[in-house]
Design a protein around this ligand. Structure first.
Ligand code: NAD
Length: 283
């Protein structure tokens, strides 16, 4: 009888991009506990090696590798290092991503008096195309390129899969951040496309859509110095039925499920992990 278990992860070779970041370093730690061999890829080499060192100190098997998800040569180099150290990749987690202030408007709505106030405000009309491009590249191309490099080694092997990181704003755009919203919508869409494309070669492709997680990057957007919520932080919690921000650990169970044989007939899905945010209409 088939008995699904996480133990099928033991010995698997996992690559996680953006692995030195807040969410993915936590995922890396828990994936390593499943007796996997995990490569922490990040633009920040020192931080990647630090995460790997922490995992190894706890008895895990990790390596930190410098890699730029937007640079093919850098990814090929990382793949070479991975193969020399652990072997070819079985599981790829595309975690590198994020927003940029240049892809962000100052205000939620546009009012007639905002027009022409280019010095103080970023409106839709003076959004910087390069800022938008940066965000699209980091989130979308930064998911596509590592997949091109690492998924090639998955062909012909069993139990290989890809996990992308989308976001709440892929379902409905969040105010002020059109670039990040559009780029994550592209990641969700690509997840479905790739799941269909890769089905005959047995590579499953799924994604997480985290809701609002209080991390160093957004702490000042969501909370004030005294720990009280900002108006944006309050609005988020009012729209989160579970009435709290996510903790990185909240992503672990769904991640282990999606990369293990527990979900072996699941492909092309993006799972919201959001305390009910995406289910709530606000009334
Ligand atoms: P983070 O900023 O803590 O981590 C991102 C990591 O990616 C950093 O270590 C950074 O050095 C690395 N990175 C950046 N550019 C890179 C590049 N070109 N090549 C390789 N590495 C690069 O971010 P996080 O909050 O942990 O987010 C992780 C993922 O989850 C991202 O895709 C993000 O968009 C997504 N996400 C986060 C939240 C949230 O609330 N924090 C919500 C939804 C989705």
């Amino acid at each position: 009888m088939f008995q699904p278990k996480f133990q099928n992860l033991a010995g698997k070779i996992v690559v996680i991009t953006g692995g030195a970041g807040v969410l993915c370093s936590t995922l890396a730690k828990y994936i390593a506990l499943q007796q996997t061999k995990i490569a922490i890829l990040d633009l920040d080499e020192k931080a990647a090696k630090e995460v790997a060192r922490g995992i190894n100190a706890e008895g895990g098997n990790a390596i930190g590798i410098k890699a730029d998800v937007l640079n093919r040569e850098s990814l090929i180099e990382a793949r070479h290092t991975l193969k020399k150290t652990f072997g070819p990749c079985d599981i790829l987690i595309n975690g590198a991503g994020g927003n940029h202030p240049k892809g962000t408007t100052t205000k939620t709505h546009l009012f007639p008096e905002d027009i022409g106030n280019d010095k103080e405000l970023t409106t839709f009309f003076n959004l910087d195309a390069e800022g938008i491009q940066f965000v699209f590249n980091l989130n979308f191309i930064g998911t596509l390129l590592p997949t091109q490099i690492f998924a090639e080694d998955m062909i012909g092997k069993e139990g290989c899969c890809i996990l992308n990181i989308s976001s709440m704003n892929a379902y409905r755009p969040l105010t002020k951040i059109p670039a990040y919203s559009g780029a994550k919508a592209a990641v969700s869409n690509f997840t479905q496309w790739l799941a269909v494309h890769f089905a005959p070669v047995g590579i499953r492709v799924n994604a997480l859509a985290p809701g609002f997680f209080l991390t160093e990057q957004n702490r000042t957007l969501l909370t004030q110095e005294n720990g009280d919520l900002t108006p944006r932080g309050e609005t988020i919690l009012q729209h989160t039925p579970m009435n709290r921000f996510g903790e990185p650990e909240d992503l672990v169970g769904t991640t282990l499920w999606l990369v293990s044989d527990q979900s072996k007939f699941v492909t092309g899905v993006t799972i919201p992990i959001d305390g009910g945010f995406s289910a709530y209409s606000g009334v």
